[in-house]
Design a binder for this molecule. Structure first.
Ligand code: ADP
Length: 606
């Protein structure tokens, strides 16, 4: 089988992905957000814990030296002087103090564990909520421009990697403050050794910069590869039936295997670089310690306890430095994921359209005044469309495929805005009216039924406040009630994609019931019967005939028989209105309509 070109992930930027790249500060802001207090508390705990650790280490070193001295001279326990703290106390007391410090440090591990966990889980929940919030408010043109599987991947995989950045950030805060405190303590104990060792640690950190840079570039490719992979999976899942029918499952497997191996390559590199940088740094730490001892040897002398303390503190600072390094690396390798997540967020947010404020209690006219529309900066798909439709009229829309009928429906539904011209409701610009009122007054049945994986009742309600009586009323109007009560679980029967068998006709009638449940004033149908069996078609037509007098109807008709219930018919040819009149007038004056009627009649006769 012929292979398709692979999805390009980040290179195929569309819709929300195409947002402007964000600055480092704003990317970090996604992690910090309103968690500044938690972060400040984490920093404070890290500083205190660092000081406790340094004091404990200094104390232990002095105690060890004192005890070794006593063992050598055969004397019993006595008093020792801590030069650093200028204290005199018995070893026993100092051991108790060391225990107390250890206990205190142990206590600090509680906030030092809770705070990072809180910050990371908070980032995950907030980013996911904000992202979906932004997606659900985004305009239909941005939502529909999203590549398949992208939202799922951003909401799951990319957010998880971004949260890895939050974990890195908290680790970086803790370890950096601990490192600074340990270095300050080391400076107090032996300034020269500490400054030299400190600058060597920073030098080592700088030395590893190119490797970290490669890590970030690789993470960017991994992020894009994962979006491509998610798109491939979503598409394969949607087209599983076709893959069986066309024997394309093998080719599909090959395609996914390629996407998997692409991701694997970048994932392998990410793992390798992380380990390489950590291991190199770890080895250099030992070198640092040797350097520290060398420095102490060169500068010579000093109190044995202080020397022991400085070695201990420097060793610990070196280990903390390693944690700084790996936390920093986790953070910067998460930046491409944060950037993609943030770009999605910004792209969705930028497309949000403001609702008008004028209340809309009834619709008496719907008019297009020279409305034009283009999907991109190419030739317009609809040009200078003009019409006035009064409440209660039934308008059929006909025209060849690609003429612009579905686009016109999307404009009528206000899913897309005219590029030029005005959409008027009751003579006023459509955008003046409150969205909530508009959604109550207008309804839609798409060409293909789309159900939730939920009960029939939930599918008819579709997240709106609609009681059981209204659900049943709508189901009766849509001629699906008798079918539903015949099912074992009645209105609680679970339907939806890949749920128990519900025929295409039944699905379409559930969608019609959904459209009628809120008792709208305007109903728009995109030829809901074109793919149905004759019985379902007859039931839907009967339903439409029954409700027809209570509604303003727009029906995109692929079959001329659908036009029977229409008062007027709009003929769309090449993005323009080529006729809008009664069937009789069009039969007389409109060549396209006449020809379509003739073909339909000939089809019936044959
Ligand atoms: P019809 O419903 O009459 O078949 P459509 O409104 O679907 O026609 O399409 C009209 C034109 O707009 C076609 O040329 C089609 O290729 C183009 N078009 C439709 N949808 C999109 C889209 N989402 N992006 C870009 N072009 C589109």
């Amino acid at each position: 089988m012929r292979q398709l070109p692979l999805p390009k992930g980040a290179k195929a930027l569309t819709g929300a992905d195409a947002a402007t790249p964000t600055s480092l500060g704003s990317r970090l802001n996604l992690l910090i957000g309103d968690r500044r207090r938690l972060i400040a508390a984490l920093a404070a705990c890290s500083i205190v814990s660092g000081f406790i650790e340094a004091a404990t280490l200094a104390l232990v070193a002095h105690l060890a030296v004192s005890l070794v001295g006593q063992a050598r001279h055969g004397s019993g326990a006595g008093h020792t002087q801590l030069s650093l703290f200028n204290l005199h106390a018995s070893e026993g007391t100092l051991i108790l103090v060391a225990f107390a410090l250890c206990g205190l440090r142990l206590l600090f591990q509680v906030p030092l564990s809770i705070l990072p966990a809180r910050i990371a889980s908070d980032v995950q929940a907030r980013v996911r909520t904000e992202l979906f919030d932004a997606f659900s408010r985004a305009s239909w043109s941005v939502q529909s421009g999203d590549r398949e599987g992208r939202l799922q991947e951003v909401m799951t995989g990319q957010v998880m990697q971004a949260v890895g950045g939050a974990v890195g950030m908290t680790g970086l805060i803790t370890s950096t403050f601990q490192f600074i405190v340990l270095m300050v303590s080391a400076i107090l104990l032996s300034p020269l050794a500490a400054v030299l060792v400190g600058s060597m640690s920073v030098g080592m950190f700088a030395l590893l910069r190119p490797l970290r840079g490669r890590g970030v570039r690789n993470a960017r490719k991994l992020s894009a590869a994962q979006v491509g992979y998610a798109g491939g999976i979503a598409e394969s899942n949607r087209l599983a039936e076709e893959a069986h029918v066309f024997g394309a499952a093998g080719a599909q497997r090959e395609r996914i295997a390629l996407l998997v191996s692409q991701s694997q390559r970048f994932f392998y590199r990410a793992q390798l670089l992380t380990r390489l940088i950590t291991n190199v740094y770890q080895s250099l730490i030992v070198l640092l310690l040797v350097a520290g001892i060398g420095i102490l040897y060169l500068i010579g002398g000093g109190h044995a306890g202080s020397l022991g303390a400085v070695v201990l503190v420097l060793l610990r600072a070196g280990m903390t430095g390693q944690t700084v390094q790996s936390a920093y690396q986790s953070l910067i390798q998460a930046l491409p994921f944060i950037e993609r997540t943030q770009n999605a967020l910004l792209g969705y947010e930028a497309s949000v359209e403001r609702s008008g404020e004028v209340r809309l209690t009834s619709i008496s006219t719907l008019s297009f005044d020279r409305v034009s529309f283009a999907y991109r900066q190419t030739a317009p798909v609809l040009s200078e469309i003009c019409f006035d439709v009064r409440a209660g009229e039934a308008i059929g829309i006909v025209g060849p495929s690609g003429a612009g009928k579905s686009t016109l429906v999307q404009l009528l539904l206000r899913l897309r805005r005219p590029v030029d011209g005005r959409y008027l409701i009751n003579g006023a610009p459509a955008e003046n009216f409150a969205d909530a009122d508009w959604h109550r007054q207008i309804s839609y049945v798409p060409q293909e039924p789309r159900l939730l994986h939920a009960s029939v009742a939930e599918n008819i309600r579709f997240f709106r406040e609609i009681d059981a009586a209204q659900v049943e009323r709508a189901a009766r109007l849509a001629r699906i009630h008798d079918d539903i009560v015949g099912w074992k679980d009645g209105y609680e029967t679970i339907v939806g994609p890949r749920a128990d068998a519900v025929s295409g006709g039944q699905q379409q009638r559930i969608c019609l019931a959904r459209a009628l449940a809120a008792q709208p004033q305007v109903l728009i149908l995109d030829e809901p019967t074109s793919a149905l069996d004759p019985q379902s078609e007859a039931l839907i037509s009967a339903s439409l005939l029954a409700i027809r007098s209570d509604l303003t109807l727009f029906i995109v008709a692929h079959r001329m028989s659908t036009l029977e219930m229409c008062d007027r018919v709009m003929v769309i040819l090449d993005g323009r209105v080529a006729g809008l009149d009664t069937k009789a007038a069009l039969q007389r004056d409109n060549p396209y309509y006449r020809n379509a009627s003739r073909l339909a009649t000939a089809g019936q006769g044959s």
